[in-house]
Design a protein. Structure first.
Length: 266
């Protein structure tokens, strides 16, 4: 097992190329699963399809066996904030679901998640998902050498709370590369010009979770599934990004141009 670094790793050109490959497989998997997300499918079937996608693309599911996690992906439905375990749950018209995939490609981790609409969803669910994606992109938009992680968190928090949503504080983004979760911790709230100062070559995820109600989370008895304490809807989007010399690069952009649900090719 690779030793955890104490400070963020500054990656070079070869690492960028490796992460581009991992990021593309990650995004292609989410593109692939899109057509299967419809009323009647189970979250377990989504997991099976993603597992088969891993095998066909010579990738390994990063979550499978990670600290005992039993499945290949995470499927978080409605009031589930994150880390929902796929199983027998049947998706129904009006549900929203986050699918989070973390394939290992040639020893490098990609990591991304998207919200999906199951059939016809409510306006409040649609607006929540749109706001969560916009909050993520506003956070990513702060990434550049000399900026801070506080700048990223503030951009997310100020936008989300300005719309009346709460930002989950119990979970955040993380450094990534040849290790799935490493430094730095990326908070989705904060103050400008505070926290770690960014340098070109850093890799990490930006993955805000927004709730319609309060920000509090409860972990279910399975030890993984985090739900909103007040049972309100929750949404999350995630990209893996790098700090470049001039700004940022997103490794996990959809090749098909799928950005916001319902997904249509650009």
């Amino acid at each position: 097992m690779l030793k955890q670094p104490q400070q963020p790793i500054i990656h070079g050109p070869q690492a960028f190329e490796a992460m581009r490959r991992a990021g593309r497989i990650t995004a292609e998997m989410l593109d692939y699963i899109t057509e299967h997300v419809k009323p009647g499918i189970t979250t377990g079937e989504i997991d099976r399809l993603c597992f088969e996608f891993h095998k066909k693309h010579n990738a390994t599911p990063g979550p499978l066996g990670f600290h005992g996690y039993p499945k290949s992906v995470c499927t978080s439905v409605n009031d589930v904030i994150c880390h929902g375990i796929p199983g027998k749950r049947v998706l129904r018209d009006g549900d929203i679901i986050n699918i989070d995939v973390t394939p290992i490609v040639d020893g490098w981790f990609g990591d991304s998640s998207r919200m999906f609409f199951v059939g016809n969803v409510s306006d409040k669910a649609r607006k929540l998902c749109n706001a969560t994606h916009e909050a993520m992109m506003r956070g990513i938009g702060q990434v550049r050498p000399g900026a801070t992680l506080g700048d990223v968190g503030f951009a997310i928090q100020s936008y989300a709370e300005g719309l009346g949503y709460s930002v989950v504080r119990d979970f955040g983004g993380h450094g990534i590369g040849r290790v799935m979760h490493t430094v730095p911790q990326v908070l989705h709230y904060g103050a400008p010009n505070r926290g770690l100062r960014l340098e070109a070559g850093m890799f990490f995820t930006v993955e805000p979770m927004l709730n319609i109600g309060g920000p509090e989370a409860v972990i279910l008895d399975d030890g993984w599934t985090a739900v909103t304490r007040d049972k309100s809807l929750s949404a999350q989007f995630e990209h893996t990004v790098a700090v470049t010399e001039t700004g940022y690069e997103i490794f996990t952009l959809s090749p098909k141009g799928y950005h916001l649900p319902p997904y249509k090719s650009a």
